[in-house]
Design a protein around this ligand. Structure first.
Ligand SMILES: Nc1ncnc2c1ncn2[C@@H]1O[C@H](COP(=O)(O)OP(=O)(O)OP(=O)(O)O)[C@@H](O)[C@H]1O
Ligand SMILES: [Mg+2]
Length: 222
């Protein structure tokens, strides 16, 4: 069973008397352990598709199955649970809380609190080579370090799926490649399923699947 399956998935926006087919009848299957790269021009529907896959938005029509469950139709409470336990999100702008340290940013999103939280936070920061930066505020970190904190935060609840929307968009190309390699390692070494929206050609080195999206429709390229 695919871990992600979209069936005739659509998201339409109404702007005045104009309908925008942001995602238009998408069919897609992603297997556990895949690294899917999503490419396409600005405004083609990449972020909208990622939001639908991640349960951050609801489709207008069609189905989006995560581990065989159609999340288009489940209650908000169930969807919140799936988001918390199954998904890790990484965005272009890092989205760290500026008044919290790296460790506190990661700790803040822990879904099930235990007495080992501190240790788990330090372990995931160490995995991302951030142990020397744990008690720094985001403003004292480089862009690459901030994105690694965001990845640590995405990993703390041990999600099966990592969704990244242009994670290298605000980084220089070398740092961007470091981040792509870290995300690829999550697939290769940790068995995660990873979806990356990117303009970076570098991601194609690691991708098991590449889809191009145009006007809300996808065309498989590999
Ligand atoms: N909340 C919204 N209301 C109305 N239209 C929207 C909304 N969100 C997105 N759109 C429209 O849907 C289309 C797809 O947008 P989307 O953000 O998914 O594109 P994208 O491929 O991620 O673009 P970019 O590369 O610039 O991030 C665009 O035409 C956009 O203007
Ligand atoms: Mg986008």
């Amino acid at each position: 069973m695919p871990i992600i399956k979209a069936k005739n998935l659509s998201k339409r926006y109404q702007q005045g008397n104009k309908t925008i087919n942001a995602v238009d009848g998408v069919n897609l299957e992603v297997e556990k352990g895949d690294l899917l790269a999503v490419i396409g021009p600005s405004g083609s529907g990449k972020s909208t598709l990622l939001m639908l896959i991640g349960g951050l938005d609801r489709p207008t029509s069609g189905e989006i199955e995560i581990n065989g469950v159609n999340i288009a139709k489940i209650s908000d409470a169930k969807l919140t649970n799936i988001r918390r336990n199954t998904m890790g999100y990484v965005f272009q702008n890092f989205n760290l809380i500026p008044t919290l340290t790296a460790a506190q940013n990661v700790e803040a999103v822990i879904a099930k609190r235990t007495s080992h939280d501190r240790k788990r936070v330090m372990a995931v920061l160490q995995q991302l080579s951030l142990d020397q930066r744990a008690h720094h505020l985001p403003s004292l970190l480089s862009g690459g370090e901030q994105q690694r904190v965001a990845i640590a935060r995405a990993l703390i609840n041990e999600p099966d799926i990592i969704l990244a929307d242009e994670p290298t968009g605000n980084l220089d190309s070398k740092t961007g490649e470091d981040i792509i390699r870290i995300l690829a390692d999550l697939k290769t070494k940790h068995g995660k399923t990873v979806v990356i929206i990117t303009h970076s050609e570098y991601v194609k080195k690691f991708a098991t699947k590449v889809v191009e999206i145009r006007d809300g429709k996808i065309t498989p390229t590999r």
